[in-house]
Design a protein. Structure first.
Length: 452
């Protein structure tokens, strides 16, 4: 496309752009629409306020300029030739556009807002006459209107917060977390609740070379938040949880919603849910943990068993399941009383979980019976684990009033290699093996005749 005869910017296409602007779309979305309408190689925008604050918008994947390059580009241009409401500049004066390294630069002014918009267009269809094309000038007017509207929205919002005493005090003194973070990742608002919860005063943060990194001890969390605020801006209506760090080093649980402003700043509104998360964790533990023995309860160990069966089927992760019964436990209760019986259950549970080198799940099946899930690939390792538990019981007896209480157990187990069985059939199988161990004199472990 080397001449204006190939340039076809119809009224219908301009209506498409107008509709996109009415939707209050982001600058990157307007860029993509303009690229499609003009059938050009690339477009980017540089917005300037008072020739001081610059905001750069481009197609991130194919941007022709970085922010600094775009600023340097316009500052090197000696002057723009005025034409109606727009100024045009072509870097190569002999040709309207050099496809390899030059682009058409357009300057749009909204002087009442002290706002300038620079548009950089790279394409192969331009001639010196294109800037007189009526539809092209209408497109520029639409872009001018879009940036004027966003500037008004930004100005009105800042005026509401900073100039109206009621709204300013509301933002500063609200019992919720409110802050505003700019495109440069610096906080322009940091209310009293933020100062109280985080321990950081706004003036303290402003002295830091990187304000955002002060709030995250984990680099992965910092990079995730940095990417959210600095990459392609997006509308974020959903609540999201963040775990920042306080000035004293403690970790918080916070819940936020972020509202994108026209200048690509975000208003972030959040609540501190740290105590709520602690309560939820405690309730979850109480729901999953047997209060006496501090191992999984019956429901939780069943859930763990279901997970292991699924992983065995899906990723071939083999494991063993033991059903363990403390021998002659009734005698312990009858001889020493139920309080000592409870101590015996606690002692036994602790010893089952003593080995931190193995991947095991321990749960109380009921009474003096326990289920142990052992991740292993071999029967030999399962028997080695059983022998290790018996040695530990022998070397770590329970004492009551300086008297030794020896504990032993009977057990049945099975190896799960494929996982194609139900939980009930598996438990029935190891229960039968446990019964055989008791029948043969207790204090021993038998393997189930059935494998899965």
């Amino acid at each position: 496309m080397n001449n204006t005869s190939h340039f076809n910017l119809s009224g219908e296409k301009l209506l498409t752009l107008s509709q996109e602007i009415d939707k209050h779309n982001l600058p990157q979305e307007i860029i993509n629409t303009c690229k499609h309408l003009l059938i050009c190689e690339n477009i980017s925008f540089l917005e300037s306020f008072h020739q001081d604050s610059y905001f750069h918008y481009q197609d991130i994947d194919h941007g022709m300029f970085s922010k600094n390059e775009a600023i340097q580009y316009i500052q090197e241009i000696p002057r723009f030739n005025q034409l109606e409401n727009f100024s045009f500049y072509v870097r190569n004066n002999k040709e309207p556009l050099n496809y390899l390294n030059n682009c058409l630069t357009i300057k749009i002014e909204n002087s009442h807002l002290s706002q300038e918009i620079f548009i950089f267009i790279k394409g192969s269809f331009f001639t010196s006459q294109i800037i007189h094309n009526t539809h092209f000038l209408i497109l520029l007017n639409l872009i001018k209107l879009y940036f004027a509207n966003t500037a008004y929205l930004q100005k009105n919002l800042i005026d509401i917060i900073n100039l109206n005493p009621f709204y300013k005090n509301l933002a500063e003194q609200a019992p919720i977390l409110i802050n505003i973070i700019g495109p440069d990742l610096k906080f322009t608002l940091w209310n009293q609740e933020c100062e109280q919860v985080f321990g950081w005063k706004h003036t303290d943060l402003q002295k830091m070379p990187n304000e955002l990194i002060c709030l995250f001890s984990n680099d992965l969390d910092y990079q995730k938040i940095k990417k959210f605020f600095s990459n392609k801006p997006q509308k974020h209506s959903k609540l999201y949880e963040v775990n920042p760090i306080c000035k004293d080093g403690s970790i918080l649980n916070t819940l936020w919603t972020s509202i994108l402003l026209p200048n690509q700043s975000y208003i972030n509104i959040g609540i501190n849910i740290t105590e709520q998360r602690k309560s939820e964790k405690l309730l979850q533990e109480r729901a999953n943990i047997d209060t006496l023995t501090q191992c999984f309860n019956r429901v939780a160990i069943f859930d763990a068993l279901d997970v292991q069966l699924k992983q065995c089927r899906d990723i071939n992760r083999k494991f063993c399941v033991f059903l363990i019964d403390i021998d002659h436990f009734k005698l312990v209760n009858d001889t020493w009383g139920h309080m000592v019986g409870d101590k015996a259950l606690q002692h036994f549970s602790r010893l089952l979980q003593l080995d931190q080198t193995r991947k095991i799940h321990v749960g109380r099946f009921g009474g003096e019976e326990f289920i142990v899930i052992l991740e292993t690939n071999s029967i030999a390792d399962a028997f080695a684990f059983d022998e290790q538990i018996r040695r530990t019981l022998s070397t770590h007896p329970l004492y009551e009033k300086h008297e030794k209480i020896k504990l032993n157990y009977s057990s049945g187990f099975t190896m799960i290699e494929k996982g194609f069985c139900s939980r009930n059939s598996l438990l029935s199988s190891i229960d039968n093996a446990l019964y055989r161990a008791k029948k043969q004199g207790r204090g021993r472990t038998y393997q189930s005749h059935t494998s899965y």
